[in-house]
Write a protein that binds this ligand. Structure first.
Ligand code: ADP
Length: 495
């Protein structure tokens, strides 16, 4: 061991999200030493379009790294490795110097819808190859859109355009252009990866009319992706990369087949580890790559709720009936029991419906309905929407969910978590470290750097903070869920 290696005792986990960039320094036991966060901007140039500035994503990462180290009084030489968790699917085209050639198109953006519509006849073919649905949400149609819109096709054919999702771009910049790779889980979100062969698929590239030249090389999640020398003359290895939802699945230690987590953020994302072989599902569930390690792939299924915690933001910012998201818990506890259902389909419905046209609705209003009841029903809708996804997961996998692990902002709401446990009829577990996205790449770096021998050691390190056990009887649960389904079907009829 070189003397300088003795100093290396910390892991720097980066989390580049849609609304902010964060840096967290962990010691090798999983204690957090320092955190820094910086907001990043989204631009809405026209209806349905959401864009970001890739340069800003990168500079915000530099800024949070510097302030995180400063706050924790940590020198770069003490960093053993760096890990990156990133918002997924967001599409960046840049030149060999790392300069963005156009705005980054954010995952939520629907500006490439027409491209997807034009490929409708290929839908099942695309699903068979990629495990995904044909939707502008994923990168391929965004790349096609940018190549056309910014007249980049000729340059692309000449090899002067590079494509990257956010992890690729950050890696390229942090390594000053030396590493041009994508992580395999992120690659599986582009609609261009064949999830069986784990390689870029020429037929899909042909369909989307995308030159192969612009794609990065694919690497396992647990790899040395490169080194950054931007912070000290001792290069820091970048030793683990995962997309944000995959990282939270890893951070929740869902290493065994059948283990699953739900993240209650703006939307809700349910991912379940489905083992080492891909399986295909219907009912709007996606098959995706969770992570790759030593050439072995772990697959996941994924279901999405489009409006989760965002429904609480709506109560706060639009209706202004609560001042803080936390207040929703007090309201729900004060409310009288009544049959009130809010369907927060503000941007349509995700799994299992994938109904773009559905609008939000409220059912069961009475003269006596007050603010508390309204807040309670909105809060409960997040649990019902998640239940819709969990029900199709149970149906498609033919397995009863044994326990749900949770994270994300709205998982701090104990009323909601208890209600979720009641509806599901199983335990709901919340981890001690709420930052499970960063925790995932932290664990991954420990593994790559040999600080833990295997996944079992990570599982032993992981600590839980709260456990919710079901209290509702089966009959009540079923009646409530029936009413919810009725509310959703009525909302879908209103067009
Ligand atoms: P994202 O990563 O999508 O930005 P976060 O995990 O930070 O989301 O969670 C933020 C969301 O959680 C917001 O939509 C907010 O309304 C909701 N939220 C935060 N705290 C609570 C709470 N105590 N009760 C209900 N919802 C909450």
């Amino acid at each position: 061991m070189k003397p300088q290696d003795k100093m290396k005792k910390y892991i720097l986990a980066l989390d580049q999200g849609t609304t902010s960039s964060r840096a967290i320094v962990f010691d090798c036991k999983g204690n957090i030493l320092s955190v820094a966060q910086k907001e990043v901007h989204c631009f809405y140039p026209f209806d349905g379009a959401v864009e970001q500035d890739a340069e800003e994503l990168y500079t915000s990462i530099l800024s949070v790294i510097t302030s995180c180290l400063e706050k924790g009084k940590i020198t770069p030489n003490e960093i053993l490795a760096m890990g990156i968790a990133n918002q997924r699917e967001t599409t960046i085209l840049f030149d060999r110097k790392g300069k963005p050639l156009c705005p980054a198109i954010v995952w939520q953006s629907k500006q490439s819808s027409k491209i997807c519509e034009s490929l409708k006849e290929w839908e099942s073919f695309i699903q068979e190859r990629t495990g995904l649905i044909l939707n502008p949400y994923f990168s391929a149609s965004k790349i096609r859109y940018l190549l056309d819109q910014y007249d980049l096709m000729e340059k692309a054919e000449k090899g002067e355009v590079l494509f990257g999702t956010v992890e690729t771009y950050l890696l390229y910049r942090l390594t000053e252009g030396k590493s041009y790779f994508t992580e395999i889980g992120n690659a599986s979100r582009t609609l261009l990866l064949n999830i069986k062969t784990k390689t870029w698929d020429d037929d899909l590239l042909h369909l989307f009319h995308i030159p192969r030249k612009i794609l990065p090389e694919i690497k396992d999640s647990s790899s040395i992706f490169g080194y950054t020398s931007l912070f000290s003359n001792v290069p820091i290895p970048i030793a683990g990369i995962l997309g944000d939802q995959q990282s939270s699945l890893f951070g929740q230690t869902c290493f065994e087949e059948g283990e699953l987590k739900n993240t209650y953020g703006t939307g809700c994302f349910l991912l379940m580890n489905i083992g080492k072989k891909p399986k295909w599902y219907s009912q709007g569930l996606l098959t995706t790559i969770a992570w790759g390690m030593h050439g072995e792939i772990t697959y996941a299924l994924e279901g999405s709720v489009l409006i989760g915690g965002a429904a609480i933001q709506w109560l706060r910012d639009e209706l202004k009936i609560i001042k803080t998201a936390e207040e929703s818990e007090t309201c729900a506890r004060n409310a009288k029991e009544e049959e009130l259902y809010v369907v927060p389909a503000f941007v349509g419905l995700g799994t299992p419906y994938w109904d773009n046209r559905c609008k939000g609705a409220v059912f069961g209003l009475r003269r006596s309905t007050n603010k508390d009841a309204f807040v309670k029903a909105t809060l409960e809708s997040i649990a019902y929407e998640s239940l819709d996804v969990l029900k199709v997961i149970e149906k498609e996998t033919q397995k009863k969910i044994p326990c749900l692990q949770v994270d994300g902002g709205a998982s701090n709401n104990a009323y909601l978590m208890q209600f979720q446990s009641d509806l599901l009829g199983c335990e709901v577990k919340k981890s001690e470290i709420a930052e499970t996205t960063a925790l995932g790449v932290f664990y991954l770096c420990l593994l790559t750097m040999g600080k833990v021998k295997n996944l079992d050691e990570i599982k032993k390190m992981h600590r839980y903070k709260a456990l919710f056990s079901p209290r509702m009887d089966e009959k009540t649960r079923e009646e409530k869920y029936k009413k919810w389904q009725l509310a959703v079907s009525c909302a879908r009829q209103f067009n």
